[in-house]
Design a protein around this ligand. Structure first.
Ligand code: GAR
Length: 189
């Protein structure tokens, strides 16, 4: 039975979707890099241990060291980044290559990279006049938002869309795509 850790920084709607799916029974740990609302969702789900390591207080190197100790202590097999906004050290990413996946709110390789997260992504998609956007679940590789794509879901960009309206349409797809991708990776679909 694979043991999964979910990493969060924000509201945690993707975490909620995972908890409510077949993936839920595999989640043994939730880690946040700030006082994220997502932590409360994890606690409300009852079965999940939560840890908060402040990126601000620790800095990137120590943050990764603390996280590594925690995931080792919990014997984690797979890390799922569900709206996690800190960037890892090369060493940490290399150690977890093939065992760490991320969800991004656009159709990578477009609209990815440093600074492309949350609202910024949807603003850029609208500003570029794209007719289509969506989400991408991918393995975390070298470089931000790089790595083998596991699955993508598409949505139209509509006339008059705001970053908020587009984000909501994409998020609805994220909540299906992330659990489906995790199940594929752990060989349960
Ligand atoms: C999601 O849209 C996720 O794709 C995005 O943050 C949001 C988190 O929402 N992630 C990134 O932008 C990473 N580059 P949630 O906390 O409600 O799951």
């Amino acid at each position: 039975m694979p043991r999964i850790a979910v990493f969060v920084s924000g509201g945690g709607s993707n975490l909620q979707a995972l908890i409510e799916s077949e993936v839920g029974k595999h989640i043994v740990l939730v880690i946040a890099d700030r006082p994220a609302k997502a932590l409360q969702r994890a606690r409300d789900a009852g079965i999940i241990d939560t840890l908060e390591f402040s990126r601000k207080a620790l800095g990137r190197e120590r943050l990764c060291e603390e996280i590594q100790k925690a995931v080792e202590a919990y014997a984690i097999d797979l890390i799922v980044l569900a709206g996690y906004l800190s960037i890892f050290t090369e060493e940490f990413s290399a150690r977890w290559r093939g065992r760490m996946i991320n969800i991004h709110p656009a159709l990578l390789p477009k609209f990815g990279g440093k600074g492309m997260y949350g609202r910024h992504v949807h603003e850029a998609v609208i500003a570029a006049g794209e007719k289509e956007s969506g989400c991408t679940v991918h393995f975390v590789g070298e470089g931000v938002d790089r790595g083998k794509i596991i699955l993508q879901a598409r949505v139209p960009v509509l006339e008059g869309d705001t970053p908020e309206s587009l984000a909501a349409r994409v998020l609805e797809q994220e909540h299906k795509a992330l659990p489906a991708a995790v199940l594929r990776v752990i060989g349960e679909s």
